[in-house]
Structures are given as structure tokens and as C-alpha cells.
Design a protein around this ligand. Sequence first.
Ligand code: GRF
Length: 211
Amino acid sequence: MKRIAVMSSHRGTNLQAIIDGAKRRLFAGTVELVISNNKSSYALVRAREAGIPTLWISRKFSSSQEEFEHKIIDALSSHDIDIVCLAGFMRVLSASFIARYRGRMLNIHPALLPSFPGMDAQRQALCHGVKISGCTVHFVDEGVDTGPIILQRAVPVLDDDTVESLSERILAEEHVAYIEALKLVCEDRLCIRGNRVFTRCPEPTGGTSID
Ligand code: GRF
């Protein structure tokens, strides 16, 4: 079983989906730690209700980005975490932090990347007039929402969609997508070649391999 940490800044519905998925054994992992940079994040409440250790690590109460990240690394190490799931974590992480967890850190984004990276993805999709949007689970790299894509789920954009209605429909798919991605990652079924993620590795590997 993989030991998973989830990092979330606000309401934590993806965290909840991951907690529920772990409880139902939909993937071979357990949620061992929830970290938030926001003391009043509802994600922390969800974790406490599920009996999962929580940590509030604030950038504001750290003297530098380096110190902030050191606190996170210490927490992840002391809980022996294998996989880090970003789920609405609203803080940028440095290249050295990302390098440490390369191939082991996932993120979810509410658009079909590489379209509409960054903030307000659902609004960007509506403004652009696309007919299909969706969500993407990807490994994290140094860019903003640029890492190797694990999987995507599509959602039609309807004529009467608002940012709220589209976001809600995408969010329901996010909850499914994160579980599907974790199933693949926890079973070491993925390998990364350049920017592509394969479920059938070209050669046998002992885990997620990276060129
Ligand atoms: C989700 O839309 C996710 O794709 C984005 O931030 C939002 C987090 O929502 N990265 P929640 O906190 O999991 O409900």
C-alpha cells in the first residue's frame, strides 16, 4: 500500500473523494497526512473527521519559501509518504521541491490541458467558446500545469452553461479522475517517457520510471 499525502488549500472536495476512495479500497493506498497552507481550509476539517493527521503549514509564518518547503518536506518524510496529491493547493512550489517528488507528485486541473492552464480554467474555457472541456490529472513538473498527463475526462460545454454550472460538472469528473489516476500510480503501472505517460511500459520497471 502506498502512503499518500494530500495538500489542499480550500474546500477539499477532491480530498474527500480520495479519502472515500481509499476507504473503499478503490486504489492501493492510504491517506496518511493532509497538509494545508490555510488554517481555515475545510480540507483540514474533512481530514480530522476521517481521523487523518493534519498539518497547517503557512507560508506567511515562514521566513522564506525555502523554510516553508522545508517544513512540508519534514512532514512528508516523517510520515514516510510515497505519493503527494495536490488538490487545490494554491501555493507555487519551487523547482527543487518539485524535483524531490518528481514522478510521485500529482495535480488535478479543471480543464483539458494544455488548454487553459493556471487560474480560472473554467472561465477561460467558456470565454474561448470550446464545446468540450474537462479535467486533467498530471504529474507535477516545474511549469504551471505542464507536467506529463496521466489521464483526462471530458465534459461537454452546454449553451446555457455559466462558470458555476460548468465548474460543478467538471468537479464531478475530477473526483472520478483522481481515483482512476491513483489506481494506476499506486499499482506502479505508469512510466513516463519525455512528456508522455504510458500504462504499458516499453520495458519492465520497478515502479514509475522517468527518462
Ligand atoms: C479543483 O477544481 C481542482 O481542479 C483545482 O482546484 C479545485 C479544488 O477543489 N486545482 P477542491 O478543493 O478539491 O474542492
